[in-house]
Design a protein around this ligand. Structure first.
Ligand code: ZN
Ligand code: ZN
Length: 195
């Protein structure tokens, strides 16, 4: 889908599109984005430039840098750009690049030299930029055991009890207490009515 700047001159242009992003998960096989990227937003003329606001929703598949396991997560990515339809002061490009160019120096400004925005290009770029440098499946991921290589999220290894996460000790105590109470409550009641 291409957004025409002219369509927003007389009032905000609201748009919605599903964009397929075929980018691969960096360093691994398989797609980064599962399904399409649901994009919706608005293009508003704020003279002389335009304001492009968008919200991307999609599901992405990444590999945890600690336990090396694939995981999926929902992403909601708000975006905002100033879009300028004015070519730079320089004369019209003579290198034959007809499509609009994204300025890597300033990501908050888009140059739509041809008067339109190619959503597919924009969305793909933003999705790739949003991939974390070090994906983690869960902030508490314990990763691989440095001694035996076991994935400690999936199996317990016996490489030493000092690997027991002390953060769970409080929970353990609570569970024992609860368990004791429950046992008492569940005890069969054999009270007999006095006759
Ligand atoms: Zn992990
Ligand atoms: Zn181990």
């Amino acid at each position: 889908m291409h957004l025409q700047l002219d369509q927003a001159r007389n009032g905000p242009l609201n748009w919605r599109d599903d964009v397929a992003v075929s980018a691969a998960d960096p360093g691994t096989e398989g797609p980064l984005v599962l399904g399409c990227v649901d994009c919706r937003g608005s293009l508003t003329f704020v003279g002389p430039d335009f304001l492009l606001e968008a919200r991307l929703r999609y599901r992405q598949r990444l590999y945890c840098g600690r336990c090396l396991t694939a995981y999926e997560e929902e992403v909601e990515l708000p975006l905002a750009f100033v879009v300028t339809g004015r070519a730079e002061e320089s004369p019209p490009a003579e290198d034959g690049t007809g499509a609009h160019e994204l300025e890597p120096e300033d990501l908050s400004t888009l140059v739509a030299a041809e008067g339109e925005i190619d959503l597919a290009v924009l969305v793909r770029e933003q999705v790739e930029l949003n991939v974390p440098m070090k994906p983690i499946c869960d902030p508490g991921c314990r990763g691989l055991c440095p001694q035996c290589g076991a994935n400690r999220e999936q199996e317990a290894c016996t490489c030493g009890s000092e690997q027991f996460d002390p953060r769970w000790s409080g929970l353990e105590a609570i569970r024992e207490r609860l368990g004791g109470d429950l046992n008492q409550d569940n005890r069969p009641r054999t009270t007999r009515q006095p006759t």
